[in-house]
Every structure is written in C-alpha cells, then in structure tokens.
Design a protein around this ligand. Structure first.
Ligand SMILES: CC(C)(COP(=O)(O)OP(=O)(O)OC[C@H]1O[C@@H](n2cnc3c(N)ncnc32)[C@H](O)[C@@H]1OP(=O)(O)O)[C@@H](O)C(=O)NCCC(=O)NCCS
Length: 198
C-alpha cells in the first residue's frame, strides 16, 4: 500500500540517496536540500511550508509529502496551495517524482490520485497539473487520474509542455477549466501535517 506522509527524521539516508539519484535526471527531489543542510533542520523547514513558514522567495504555501510503500521511500510530491505566475505557466499545483528503482508499478498514478485528496483538504477545488510533452509516464498518470488537458495545452509535438486540470472532488471527472487562477480557489489553510493512503 502506498502512503503519502510527512518527512521524518529517520528518512535521511533514503531521501538523500533519492535526491542524488533524481539530480542525475535534473529533477529537484528535495527542494532547498543542500548536502550540508542538517537533516533535522530540513525536516523542520519542510514542516513549515504548508503554513507559509520557511518559504523561499517566490514560493507559495505547499504540502511536501513522501510516498512510502511498506517502509520504502519510493517518491515524493509537492502540493501547492495556490498558484503564482510561475506555477500557472509551468509548475502547476502538483509536482511529483518516483525514484528510478520503483517506476512502472503504478506509483506515480497513485501518488497523483492521493495528492488530489490532499489538495482538496487544503481548499483547492481544481488542480492544474503540467508535464513535458515527451514525458509519457507522467501524461498517462495524469490522464489516469481523470484530468482533462486544457484545450490550448494538450500534449503535442509542437509544444514542450502540456497542462491539464483535475477536479479534487471525490469521484468527479474533471471538466476543462477556463481559467486556472479562478479554478484554484483556496478556502482554507491547514497547518497540521497531512497524510493520505488508500
Ligand atoms: C514520470 C514518472 C513520475 C512516472 O512514474 P511511474 O511510477 O513509473 O508511473 P506509473 O507506474 O504510475 O505509470 C503510469 C503509466 O505510464 C506508463 N509509463 C510509465 N513510465 C513510462 C515510460 N517511460 N514510457 C512510457 N510509458 C510509461 C505506465 O506503463 C503506466 O501506464 P498504464 O497506466 O497504461 O499502465 C517517473 O518516471 C518520474 O518520476 N520521472 C522523473 C520526474 C518526473 O518526470 N516527474 C513528473 C513531472 S510532471
């Protein structure tokens, strides 16, 4: 069973190893994680992000969770509580990655599915999800979660990046959103640690 949960003090070795593996693919696994960052400081810093604490300039409040399968750290997800210009154009509400050794087992699809529940819990009714047009795995995971490509940004060879929206309402299939900013209404902010599993 895959569980999304907050980072813990005992995740250091696995998370740092994952961070290095993903760096080789130029994917930022651990945001703001430097080799000399003391781990307890890092865990504390990440725990503040949902509340808007410890954010770097230009960041929005976000929930950062790791994906745990039977005690193994297999990936991570960042759920942004709101969009800024950069996220609206590129990053979207949800960014996720699965470690190379755990791919093609449905984990990205499950991470995304659970991330929609978390997004809902922090007040986002409709999420914007983006991905590169040559990222077949991500495109399929996004589609498997019931997202609809925005009409002007569906996967295409002519475009480097696509955008989709998905409803976070349980059981709802998404409709294309006319405007991402209107779709990303935030009705509340939760500061308690969030986790999800199904
Ligand atoms: C993209 C990524 C998240 C996919 O993770 P994953 O756990 O392997 O994905 P899943 O197992 O849930 O696969 C989803 C679907 O895509 C397919 N798929 C996965 N990787 C694929 C690939 N490289 N090429 C073609 N199809 C692929 C799977 O077969 C599955 O198809 P199905 O639903 O028809 O069975 C992972 O490769 C990754 O972390 N890449 C680097 C970071 C990244 O790109 N993150 C996404 C940013 S938008």
């Amino acid at each position: 069973m895959l569980t999304l949960r907050p980072l813990r003090l005992d995740d250091e070795a696995a998370f740092r190893a994952g961070h290095e593996q993903m760096a080789a693919e130029e994917f930022p696994f651990g945001f703001a994680l430097e080799p000399d960052t003391p781990w307890d400081d890092y865990v504390r810093m990440v725990a503040g992000w949902p509340c808007g604490v410890n954010l770097r300039e230009g960041w929005v409040p976000n929930t950062f969770l790791v994906a745990d399968v039977d005690g193994q750290l297999v990936g991570r997800v960042s759920i942004r509580h709101e969009l800024n210009d950069f996220l609206r154009d590129e990053g979207g509400h949800i960014g996720y990655g699965v470690l190379p050794g755990y791919r093609r087992r449905g984990y990205a699809t499950e991470i995304l599915r659970q991330a929609l529940v978390v997004a809902r819990s922090v007040g986002v009714d409709r999420v914007l999800i983006t991905c590169d047009d040559d990222n077949a795995g991500s495109i399929r995971a996004i589609e498997a979660c019931g997202a609809s490509w925005t009409p002007s940004a569906r996967p295409s060879l002519a475009r480097p990046r696509s955008a989709a929206t998905a409803s976070t309402k349980t059981g709802a299939r998404s409709q294309p959103a006319r405007s991402c900013s209107r779709s990303a209404r935030r009705t509340s902010r939760r500061c308690a640690p969030v986790s999800a599993s199904m």
